[in-house]
Write a protein that binds this ligand. Structure first.
Ligand SMILES: NC(=O)c1ccc[n+]([C@@H]2O[C@H](COP(=O)([O-])OP(=O)(O)OC[C@H]3O[C@@H](n4cnc5c(N)ncnc54)[C@H](OP(=O)(O)O)[C@@H]3O)[C@@H](O)[C@H]2O)c1
Length: 337
């Protein structure tokens, strides 16, 4: 396979490289693209040094799979080059997610909707992926009608520059007056910021809208999704506090069993006061941990739970590499040399 990564020097791009190695992905040639700022950097893949390069007119032409790991604005800039891409484009940005003719895919949930004619496949927002990995098994046994979520999102969700801002503030802790906040709207160290993205006239943010729209698109159902997306001073991994209302009475054991049987999700049951998922437990892990699963005190059709996932792994890179692997197995394996 000839594979490319657009945004290979960023947080998601570097994780895609790690996942390609982990999955032992069949690669004959790997092209690593970035901006002019970082071209010529050495990146090691499979014990070989590959130099990063800028995108030119025919960069994507011969690629079987191109991973997008850059902003929607940058992807938009290369739409002309994407037209001549031989293979498929699996994108992590939000550019194509809500386009009606583009599939929005979490492999464990809806890979079977992809067909050979899909040239662009969109990866959902990281918080949407982690949330639905915990909720989809329940939805399969008892239709979910309403979801209320509060997210706790790490700084790396805003890319390398988000992590750098937290790290700089930690290094300069004693010199508080020198702390700068350029990436986040307020100081993130020792703080939480209840606003991610830009805000609309009704007070909802783009991140909150993404969670609502993408959930309905993936589950093919008009579900009420209310969320408050919150930035927390962590380097890596997102957590969610979730309340759901279902069509029928909650059978707690069946709900827990359904999550336990679902590939990619693991139940960490709070049988004692220390055993529950924490964001630290999932750093660099491809699994979503689910715990604190409990029936609602006031509604027999409702339950609450807590889940954590590494948003750079399953929330982005792992999901994209899984799509690529499954696509190869389903559509390309017989043509591979
Ligand atoms: N971070 C997360 O947790 C996460 C999770 C899910 C989805 N996403 C999405 O994934 C995408 C990448 O996010 P990220 O966090 O990895 O961002 P990032 O760390 O800021 O990395 C951005 C990448 O884009 C490259 N780039 C910038 N301008 C470019 C240009 N003109 N031409 C080619 N490449 C260019 C950068 O290259 P240089 O190094 O040369 O600047 C870098 O490799 C975004 O759409 C984001 O919304 C991120």
């Amino acid at each position: 396979m000839k594979v490319g990564i657009l945004g290979s020097t960023g947080v998601v791009g570097r994780e895609i490289i790690r996942q390609l190695e982990l999955y032992n992905f069949p690669i004959n040639e790997l092209k690593l693209f970035c901006s002019s700022k970082n071209k010529g950097q050495s990146i090691i893949f499979d014990s070989e040094i590959i130099l990063t390069q800028e995108v030119c007119d025919d960069s994507f032409d011969n690629l079987d799979i191109l991973f997008g790991a850059t902003s929607k604005e940058v992807v938009q800039k290369y739409e002309k080059q994407l037209e001549s891409l031989k293979g498929i484009f699996i994108d992590n940005s939000s550019l194509y997610r809500m386009k009606p003719d583009v599939k929005l895919i979490i492999p464990e949930i809806n890979f079977n909707t992809i067909n050979i004619n899909d040239k662009i496949i969109a990866n959902p927002n990281c918080s949407t992926i982690i949330t639905l990995m915990a909720l989809f098994p329940i939805h399969q046994i008892n239709n979910i009608n309403k979801i209320i979520i509060t997210t706790f999102q790490a700084t790396s969700g805003a890319g390398q520059k988000g992590m750098n801002e937290l790290n700089n503030q930690m290094l300069n802790m004693e010199y508080d007056e020198f702390d700068e906040n350029n990436v986040f709207s307020r100081k993130i160290l020792n703080n939480i910021i209840p606003l991610i993205g830009s805000i609309d006239v009704y007070g909802n943010t783009t991140e909150e809208q993404k969670m609502a729209n993408e959930t309905c698109k993936i589950l093919k159902k008009s579900i009420l999704v209310e969320s408050t997306c919150v930035r927390v001073p962590l380097i890596r991994s997102h957590s969610m506090s979730i309340y759901i209302e279902c069509e029928n009475l909650i059978d707690l054991k069946k709900c827990v069993d359904s999550i336990e049987k679902f590939e990619g999700a693991v139940v960490t049951d709070a049988k004692d006061s220390r055993n529950f998922p924490c964001p630290l437990d999932v750093v660099y892990s491809n699994e979503i941990l689910v715990g604190r699963i409990r029936k609602s005190l006031s509604n027999n059709n409702a339950l609450s739970l807590w889940c954590c996932g590494d948003q750079i792994c399953k929330g982005a890179a792992t999901n994209a590499v899984q799509i690529a692997n499954m696509y190869i197995n389903k559509f390309l394996k017989n043509n591979m040399v």
